[in-house]
Design a protein around this ligand. Structure first.
Ligand code: SF4
Length: 328
């Protein structure tokens, strides 16, 4: 049976955290038996990190090692680094010729991100145009399924619009319209209860030691209305309880009952959760440590991935150039 072409990418902005693992990587793992390509999007990192460019290559390595530690298997899927497949930049340029400026300016995440990343000068061509680069990433591999978070849906819709426009202009049906595969766990709370994100400094990293995880959980936010152990709690609003639901399913009903009836303290509750979380992270840490000692092998995995990606990407680029009249 023909496998589905799956494509997704991760921006290498540092070590991956629990939100990345539960939100994206678990989804990748389910899809890795398909014809799956997982890209480390270093050019995308450059759109916001162009001033600190020296760290991007180091972050690429961290992401690949986190991929491997999380259980992604290079025998079952292809990992590669975006800038090592130059067709991404070429197709992005070609698509930018046909993408109306208004489509990019009305992109809802564009203005949000400008707001969120206020300290950086993001009034650049590259930052406004990054959804076109994203479209090129997916289209080069004729991606059919794209594992994404909900916040990425407008970008995927833009990719579909660009594909329709390409067909309208050149009457060549080169690109399938990709579908989203939404993550099962869309919003993983961080230590302060907001979405786990590096920019909020509220993350638990896959590389954190047992001690670091326990310390972070000890300081984690709980039900804000519960001031003392005698107050009845509301587990449904408590980020600690979110993790009990995920990692402690056999105890979750008991935890909720004891919380609601003030039969357990938050410190005890957090420590029970920290133990479960550490048990969950232990095998990932072990694999991480082992891959850290095998960086030459990691480099080979990336080289093989880039070779395989280039074979497909160069063919698609050629078809696109022909359709656009650049090749006779
Ligand atoms: S007892 Fe547990 S679930 Fe209830 S508020 Fe405290 S930490 Fe949250």
């Amino acid at each position: 049976m023909k496998k589905t072409r799956v494509f997704s990418g991760t921006r290498p902005t540092g070590k991956l955290h629990l939100g990345n693992l539960l939100g994206a990587l678990e989804n990748y793992k389910k899809l890795q038996g398909q014809d799956a390509f997982f890209m480390i999007a270093d050019l995308h990192a450059l759109t916001t990190e162009y001033e600190s460019k020296t760290t991007i290559a180091q972050n690429v390595m961290e992401v690949v090692i986190d991929y491997l530690a999380s259980g992604l298997d290079p025998e079952k899927c292809t990992f590669f680094v975006q800038s090592e497949v130059q067709e991404h930049a070429s197709l992005s340029l070609l698509l930018s010729m046909i993408t109306p400026l208004g489509w990019l300016e009305r992109n809802p995440t564009y203005k949000d991100q400008l707001q969120e990343l206020k300290g950086k000068d993001l009034n650049t061509h590259g930052f406004l145009g990054y959804p076109v680069l994203q479209a090129a990433d997916i289209m080069l591999y004729k991606g059919e399924k794209v594992p994404v978070g909900e916040d990425q849906l407008p970008h995927l819709e833009l990719t579909r619009e660009i594909i329709r426009r390409f067909f309208y202009l050149y009457k060549k049906n080169i690109f399938p319209e990709p579908e989203a595969v939404l993550t099962q766990v869309p919003k993983v709370p961080g230590l302060d209860g907001r979405k786990m994100s590096k920019s909020y400094n509220n993350c638990i990293y896959l590389a954190d030691s047992r001690e670091e995880v326990t310390k972070k959980i000890r300081g984690m936010m709980t039900d804000p209305a519960r001031k003392t152990k005698e107050d009845k709690g509301h587990p449904e609003v408590c980020p600690v309880f979110f993790y009990h639901k995920l990692l402690n399913p056999e105890r979750v009903e008991g935890v909720a009952h004891e919380c609601r009836n003030a039969l357990r303290g938050c410190v005890e509750c957090k420590m029970e959760m920290a133990t479960k979380l550490n048990e969950f992270l232990d095998p990932i840490r072990e694999r991480r440590e082992s891959w850290m000692k095998k960086k030459t092998e990691v480099r080979q995995i990336l080289d093989q991935g880039a070779k395989r990606a280039r074979e497909i990407a160069s063919q698609t680029l050629r078809e696109t150039m022909e359709a656009m009249g650049l090749v006779a």
